[in-house]
Design a binder for this molecule. Structure first.
Ligand code: AHR
Length: 329
């Protein structure tokens, strides 16, 4: 039965709840031979990690990749094999099989969509290599397919966005600009938002989390839904593409068509300062240190929480330029 192993957070009524892992001090010196050396993680071993990143589609993803690479470094006791799947599931499956063939110590991956992993997850399970799920969730029939998951509460992000709309724009006619269809981020943000203001949504389409596809989707939506007054975009990059489409159509983003977004990358927050975005729910990509700590514990056979929720904030147009300038990503 589908769905029994889905990583779900099930929170309501709060911007975020979380398990914060103590960040261990990580030091230099490592053996990158991959056969066990003198990394300073306390176990005396270099941990060989295969990480399948789903792509480089957004500012969020770029920041997440930087954070992961910085934390899973040689000097922190890791031997990281990092593979970018370019938003293609078949590339991720190939990378995962390669990691099994290489007999890495731990496999970590951020699944581009939720379904279609049964076979490869079973193969990994049969190999005995532990899996750490990163960012997005899976929907699989495989029993106990991963040791732990770290990421954001996507449903709560959608709920938080919906609550702002309900309070500030209860009459808005909303076009929902969705992320990659079938991804945990799309499915859960749609669900959370829809539960609060679903009756205000007049149309939906995917922009695949990229600026270019977001722009194209909004160009079409402006024709299809001429009465729209708001866009709820599942990420900043698509929202920035929406701004281009709205301005090209002679309308004013943030006024004629309000924009509510998710992520909080610097360009998105700058759009908020510039009054082109109206509200941004943060999705924090900088959790490499927490991931590294989890992987060490998994490698050492220590207990870890089944899920770790990364803290999110939310911003409205009262945000200052100083806050944006100080943003790390
Ligand atoms: O899974 C997280 C989402 O993926 C981010 O919101 C989006 O920008 C990225 O592509």
């Amino acid at each position: 039965m589908k769905g029994i192993n889905r990583a779900r957070t099930g929170m309501a009524g709060v911007v975020a709840t979380f398990t914060i892992l103590a960040l261990a001090a990580c030091g230099g010196g490592s053996d990158t031979s991959g056969d066990g050396g003198d990394g300073e993680d306390g176990s005396g071993d270099v941990i060989r990690v295969g990480f399948s990143q789903l792509g480089a589609e957004s500012g969020w993803r770029t920041a997440n990749t930087e954070s992961v690479k910085e934390s899973l470094s040689e000097e922190n006791g890791f031997d990281l094999t990092f593979v970018d799947a370019q938003q293609k599931q078949e590339n991720q499956i190939k990378a995962l099989r390669d990691f099994v063939a290489q007999d890495v110590d731990v496999i970590a991956f951020s699944p581009v969509i939720e379904t279609g992993w049964d076979e490869v997850l079973q193969e990994i399970k049969d190999s005995g290599i532990p899996v750490v799920l990163v960012d997005r969730t899976v929907d699989t029939t495989v029993d106990d397919p991963f040791v732990t998951w770290i990421g954001a509460d996507f449903k709560q992000e959608g709920t938080t966005a919906g609550e702002w709309v309900a309070e500030n724009a209860p009459d808005a006619k909303i076009f929902e600009l969705q992320g990659t269809l079938g991804s945990g981020a799309q499915v859960d943000r749609e669900e959370g938002f829809g539960e609060v203001v679903g009756d205000q949504v007049i149309g939906k389409a995917s922009g695949n989390f990229t600026r270019a596809e977001g722009k194209t989707a909004v160009e079409a939506a402006l024709q299809a839904y001429p009465d729209m007054t708001m866009i709820f975009t599942h990420n900043d990059d698509m929202g920035l593409g929406a701004i281009e489409a709205i301005e090209a159509a002679g309308k004013v983003p943030g006024k004629d068509i309000q924009i509510v977004s998710v992520d909080g990358v610097r360009d998105g927050l700058q759009a908020l300062v510039d009054k082109k975005f109206n509200y941004v729910v943060e999705c924090n990509p900088v959790f490499g240190d927490q991931l590294a700590e989890l992987i060490k514990k998994v490698y050492d056979g220590e207990d870890v929480p089944k899920e770790t929720i990364v803290i999110d904030e939310a911003f409205d147009q009262t945000i200052t330029q100083e806050t944006v300038d100080a943003r790390a990503y």
